[in-house]
Write a protein that binds this ligand. Sequence first.
Ligand SMILES: [Zn+2]
Length: 191
Amino acid sequence: MVARVNLTFEEMWEKIIACDSKYDGLFFTAVKTTKIYCRPSCRSRKPKKVNVEFFHDIHEVEKAGYRACKRCQPKSDHAPHIELVRKVISFLVNQYKQKLELQDIADHAGVSAYYLERQFKQATSETPRSYLEKIRIDKAAHLLKNTDRTNLEICYEVGFQTPSNFYKVFRRLRNCSPSEYRALIREEKQH
Ligand SMILES: [Zn+2]
């Protein structure tokens, strides 16, 4: 059983607007007007926010009478190894604040670190560690956009141990500093 991911409506909305495939399988976007449900990464035209509801479980969304989107095929990744990967990703999304070593993640999943890393890489082309960094930077971007917390507060809030590492990883993934990102987003909001 995969744990529900701890994401707010607003965070899930940001991820579907970004067509972010990192969160595929963790939740589903259901559109009340069309009765169709999608993966977060679906490239179809985005629904209106008021018409969207999110589901964490594919059985629940089906039970509610929604049909799978033909374009993004949200049903198609239910192979057993994907179940393991999904379990790990939802663990990372929920525990990103903690200091997590590969072994902690493997222990949670009940497999060896070697097996985990191999399966994870095969499914996502990433290591659990690089995936976790991306989740942390998504959280940081969300906080920069929606709160007045300082860069330093956000650094620790999202699970980085040192500001220098936070700035380095943020720049690598977003091509700007946290302060530049915040300024950019504020400017966009005003237009
Ligand atoms: Zn779709």
